[in-house]
Design a protein around this ligand. Sequence first.
Ligand code: ADP
Length: 396
Amino acid sequence: MSRPALLTINAGSSSLKFALFPAEGDQPLASGLADRIGPEGTLTVKAADGTPLTGAAHPEISSHAAALRSALTILLAAFPDLEITAVGHRVVHGGPDHAAPLLLDEARIAELARLEPFAPLHQPHNLAGVRAAMEAFPRAAQVACFDTAFHRSHPFVNDTFALPRSYYEKGIRRYGFHGLSYEYIAGEIARIAPRLAEGKLVVAHLGNGASVCAIQNGKSVASTMGFSALDGLPMGTRSGQIDPGVILYLMDQEGLSAAAISDLLYKKSGLLGMSGLSNDMRVLEAATDPRAAEAIDYFVFRVQREIGAMAAALGGIDALVFCGGIGENARGIRARICSRMAWMGIELDHARNEANTLIISSELSRAQVMVIRTNEELVIARAVRALVNHSERSAA
Ligand code: ADP
């Protein structure tokens, strides 16, 4: 008898992250990463305890589908009694309508492909991951979980730009991203501090990509990311908020094409562009170059500013939560971000902050400050279970 299991997939342009979950429970059985998909690709798969799982000496990683097949061979050798009955995909864009995960068929994939112009650097790769999974697991249910879905509760003022109305109708809106991460954090707060979950939360997801979200009563009210994942905070290689006049100037005066501007704003800006050194916060913290210090100063300043903006959107703040690689680990950056927030009732306990405990605010702090390790894979796994169980019940 085979046991049902599910796979979560996060497909990028040249990488594919995956995790294998049992039918029940929060702990994955194994997880892995196919990186630099192509002739030079690598595949790493680890069991839950970190033990490497290996298969053929030279697994085939020439395409997303080949990488998935190679991963599957390794996973089924380690867990021979499992059958993958469902696959959950992180899909960056669900457009204005999808506020929940979606069971996929050809028509729905075609609908999501029509959103590719909205997220040209992510959506086509996410959908390539879906097609690869359909090829590798033809009988499994495929579910899309959208980074935009959690933000569909935004009121009109946080969903629109002040452009002529026809652009809003065409879908030029503030979608917001990192929704799977925010959904996880909102769920964790509801689990650990139910009273707080009814209040006003500001969540700072600070990783390679970074944004801040205002959440009230478990629902997203505003977010710093907008039409694209470029807006808001400066990030590893992305500019964050920029005066649109700069883009007009670059086009008019420097003759930059749309492709060159896209490359500049997505890949060459942010911490990397400002420091000229690296997109990695750890490298910048260790560097002596004053440009590295200035890049960190700018990052800290903008995070402070946007936390203030999100608190204003909520009309107050009951808790500030840090997550993402920087938010979860960079104690010095957290301390600096919280350093001028006494006016918002935020006071850090420096010993707790250094110890990286769940609550890092002092007893006197009016708003709690917390550190929570985000878990987007688990949000996907839970959504897949809920949707697949539901559709099985409705079919019965
Ligand atoms: P992604 O958005 O790609 O998932 P992560 O959430 O893993 O990225 O965040 C990556 C960022 O977290 C990098 O800038 C990295 O330097 C930073 N980071 C991870 N650990 C630490 C640490 N101990 N101190 C400072 N920064 C850290």
